[in-house]
Write a protein that binds this ligand. Structure first.
Ligand code: AMP
Length: 398
């Protein structure tokens, strides 16, 4: 896959020596009882932090959101993240108990040369998501330059992703650069044959991406709950399965468009159907047209994994977005993990959209076998839709 410039300035294009840097990272990690359960996003933020310090930054003020708090919520404090960040970096990480106000300003003012300070959860203030100019200006006042490395939040125009860029010279971090490079290169100039594997719960959230990808694709593999609506479009009764009745016409249009463009579309040839949306539900493997009365499709079956694997071997590039089944329940995870293993084994450029699909890949432990596993679900989907991300658009052009 040819690497292409992202059209934006990055940390490599500016001199950070003796400058205080405001770094928007994506430290939105899962917590359980105050402990970080998956530190992937923290680890992915390290290269930019190291780069800034190695290039003489006077200090790095890191900010991020965590979860969806409604106001201040100690359960969603970034304090445990500061601890994990310090462990990984093997150096002190200071923590400010607020991201703005006197406390934050004092903490920034007291930063020793070359230190790292993590500000408390940006979303403790509604002003963050409201992209409030005063809030953005206050964040900006802590630094001389702004580096946005939060790809996972780049599809949102919030104070810390878009607002601050009005007050500081703003560039991309190394993770942001890598994410945009891989995703845009794949969509703009994919090695052929190019295949997309699209799953997930609903067609409605994936239509724009499918429509944008279709002109570039040679093969389209469908799975997950969204495939049900395509079955219905083909006249199949999927019984109790999740179906978006209002999307049946859209599914039909996609199938027709694909045919006109000579894109091969693959639908599951067998499915795991269960009596209930539950871990302990009775289940059976059947052809989609043979789903028994009272059953619902919760995964693709083994013959489908085999078929998709065989056809995917023809691809030189694969983009995967959306699990093949309800992978959160063990019984219905095998289609998704099976496809993950097959894609991982391909001699092709393999890119995984973030979110749930990245979680499936993590279950197999095969992250390193992919060309790129995105850290951002919503942001990567918007890139596949061909949309410009506001957090990227706001950065200085290169
Ligand atoms: P998305 O965020 O749209 O990619 O959807 C991911 C979600 O789709 C996961 O939480 C899965 O549990 C769910 N999902 C996948 N297959 C099915 C299915 N056959 N029926 C219901 N939900 C599904």
């Amino acid at each position: 896959m040819t690497q292409q410039r992202i059209g934006k300035k990055t940390v490599r294009d500016i001199d950070v020596t003796n400058k205080k840097v405001l770094l928007r990272a994506d430290l939105n990690v899962p917590l359980e009882n105050g402990a970080v359960t998956d530190d992937t996003r923290i680890r992915e933020s390290i290269p930019t932090i190291r780069y800034l310090l190695e290039h003489g930054a006077a200090g790095v003020v890191v900010c991020s959101h965590l979860g969806r708090p409604k106001g201040r919520d100690e359960a969603l404090s970034l304090a445990p993240v500061a601890g994990r960040l310090a462990n990984i970096l093997n150096r002190e990480v200071l923590f400010a108990e607020d991201c703005v106000g006197e406390q934050a300003a004092a903490a920034v003012g007291a930063m020793p040369r070359g230190s790292i300070l993590l500000l408390e959860n940006l979303r403790f203030h509604p002003a963050e998501e409201a992209n409030d100019p005063a809030f953005a200006r206050e964040l900006a006042s802590f630094a001389d330059v702004f580096v946005n490395d939060a790809f996972g939040s780049a599809h949102r125009a919030h104070a810390s992703t878009e607002g601050v860029t009005h007050y500081l010279p703003s560039v991309a971090g190394l993770l942001m650069e890598k994410e945009v490079q891989y995703l845009s290169a794949l969509v703009a100039d994919p090695p052929k044959p190019f295949a997309a594997v699209i799953g997930g719960a609903k067609v409605s959230t994936k239509i724009s991406a499918i429509e944008h990808l279709l002109p570039k694709l040679d093969m389209l593999f469908l799975g997950g709950g969204m495939a049900n609506t395509f079955f219905v479009a083909n006249g199949v009764d999927v019984r109790m399965s999740l179906v978006e009745a209002e999307q049946v016409a859209v599914a039909r249009r996609i199938l027709e468009d694909a045919k006109a463009r000579h894109v091969q579309v693959f639908l599951p040839v067998d499915v795991v159907a269960a009596t209930a949306f539950a871990v302990d539900a009775e289940s059976t493997v059947v052809k989609p047209a043979d789903v028994p009365r009272g059953y619902m499709i919760l995964d693709i079956g083994p013959a489908t994994v085999k078929l998709y694997a065989r056809e995917l071997r023809k691809a030189k590039a694969v983009i995967w977005n959306g699990p093949m089944g309800v992978f959160e329940m063990e019984n219905f995870s095998h289609g998704s993990t099976g496809i993950a293993r097959e894609i991982a084994s391909l001699q092709a450029a393999t890119v995984v959209g973030g979110g749930e699909t990245a979680a499936v890949v993590a279950m197999t432990g095969l992250e390193k076998q992919f060309t790129h596993v995105s850290t951002g679900g919503g942001a990567s989907l918007e890139m596949l839709e061909g949309r410009e991300l506001p957090g990227v658009a706001a950065l200085l052009d290169s």
